[in-house]
Design a protein around this ligand. Structure first.
Ligand code: NAP
Ligand code: F7E
Length: 339
């Protein structure tokens, strides 16, 4: 039975990945940092909490990382732990770098020094393309990061490549474009939209404040993307792969799709800071632009060229953005109704 360690197990991707690996018969170890409250809701939601072994790991502490790895001696490591919220990285650049970059040094060094014979997956990101130098972006597009988050992830990405080449580690980076789901954190724009609009609909909650509505993303479905992580580590050689849908939608379009699913008939009025979204049926304001949610610098266009994954891994995204918006909106409505 292969032993697999997942860091960041309590996050969106950690839970879906754990479910896939448990189904495949892996002995799954979930690394989580301690907190004052339980962080196992998502693991419960995908029904794997009692099927995995939890261990405490603070990725910024080398000694702790080494101890965990030497106790488990995993065959596979999926490194999903990160300070993953781009907006926060402008406020916490040191911390973001400690977790997202120094944490990866800790993992790679521990694997090297313990001489572990294991395959490593690193969660790289489309944010590394930043102010994009090519459309769509592929594995050969130069990186041009625009946030402390992207800089830290690019440093980690480069280090993984370095350890692959210098020490022959089987270390693969998945350059994943945005992927969303019913388990997405509430601070990311898709889930913020679906969870908030459900409250506006059911509880007459105050309207939803948003930042840049014209920002374009290539949103895929997290359960599918975590399947691709497994495919990447099962591939014959370590490499970098873009995982994306090669489609594009604006935040405004996502808002419109989600609002329709929730039962609104959205119409937009005004531009820039004055832009507002109303329900045509009764003229009620449902969303508006608030500069508080603008970033110091924002990545305004991402669309991934997934041909390498298509050719080498047999990747074919099935769930595309409109269906994701419908699924997330329906889930949040149902969740609130249950409450
Ligand atoms: P997420 O929901 O924010 O989960 C992040 C995980 O990292 C959580 O389990 C968190 O634990 C853990 N973590 C944070 N700081 C830590 C620390 N100091 N030590 C140990 N664990 C720590 O993120 P996600 O959406 O699942 O994404 C998974 C990975 O893919 C991340 O590395 C992210 O940067 C990357 N990525 C995500 C996307 C996307 O669209 N979702 C796209 C590209 C790349 P707590 O529960 O304790 O906070
Ligand atoms: O923002 C705009 C915002 O926070 C998407 C992480 O998983 O994917 C994620 O990073 C866009 C940006 O995701 C609001 O300015 C407008 O242009 O949902 P987000 P992200 O920054 O793309 C990448 C691939 C990762 O690797 C990250 O870990 O939406 N936007 N208004 C807003 N964004 C938020 N959060 N909130 C707003 O009110």
């Amino acid at each position: 039975m292969p032993k697999t360690l997942i860091t960041g197990i309590s996050g969106q991707d950690g839970s879906y990945l754990a479910r896939i690996l448990v189904e495949r018969g892996h002995e799954v170890y979930g690394a989580m940092r301690r907190g004052s409250t339980a962080k196992t809701d998502r693991l419960q939601e995908v029904n794997v909490l009692d099927k995995i072994q939890m261990c405490t790991m603070e990725i910024t502490e080398y000694a702790n990382v080494q101890t965990v790895l030497s106790d488990i001696r995993p065959d596979y490591i999926y490194n999903l732990a990160a300070q993953s919220f781009v907006a926060d990285s402008f406020h916490f650049p040191h911390y973001t770098s400690d977790v997202n970059y120094m944490g990866v040094i800790n993992l790679l060094e521990a694997v090297r020094l313990l001489k572990l014979d294991c395959r490593i997956y690193q969660a790289s990101t489309s944010e590394m393309y930043g102010d994009v130098l090519e459309k769509p972006q592929s594995e050969t597009t130069p990186f041009n990061p625009m946030s402390p988050y992207a800089v830290s992830k690019l440093a980690a990405h480069s280090l993984v490549k370095n350890y692959r080449e210098a020490y022959g580690l089987f270390a693969t980076s998945g350059i994943l474009f945005n992927h969303e789901s019913e388990l997405r954190g509430l601070e990311f724009v898709t889930r913020k939209i679906t969870s908030w609009l459900a409250k506006v609909k059911l509880f007459n909650h105050e309207p939803l404040p948003l930042g840049n509505l014209s920002s374009v993303r290539d949103w895929g479905y997290a359960p599918e993307y975590t399947e691709m992580m497994v495919k990447m580590l099962d591939h014959e050689r370590p490499d970098d792969f873009v995982i994306s849908t090669n489609t594009e939608y604006t935040v405004r379009e996502f808002l419109e799709m989600a609002a329709r699913e929730i039962g609104f008939d959205p119409v937009f009025e005004g531009e820039g800071l004055k832009e507002k979204c109303y329900d045509k049926k009764d003229g009620k304001l449902i969303a508006y632009v608030n500069p508080k949610y603008y970033r110091a610098s924002d990545v305004v266009y991402l669309r991934g060229d997934n041909s390498k994954a298509l050719n080498e891994l047999g990747w074919q995204p099935k769930v595309l953005t409109p269906e994701i918006a419908r699924k997330m909106a329906a889930y949040d409505l149902q969740l609130l109704n249950r409450k």
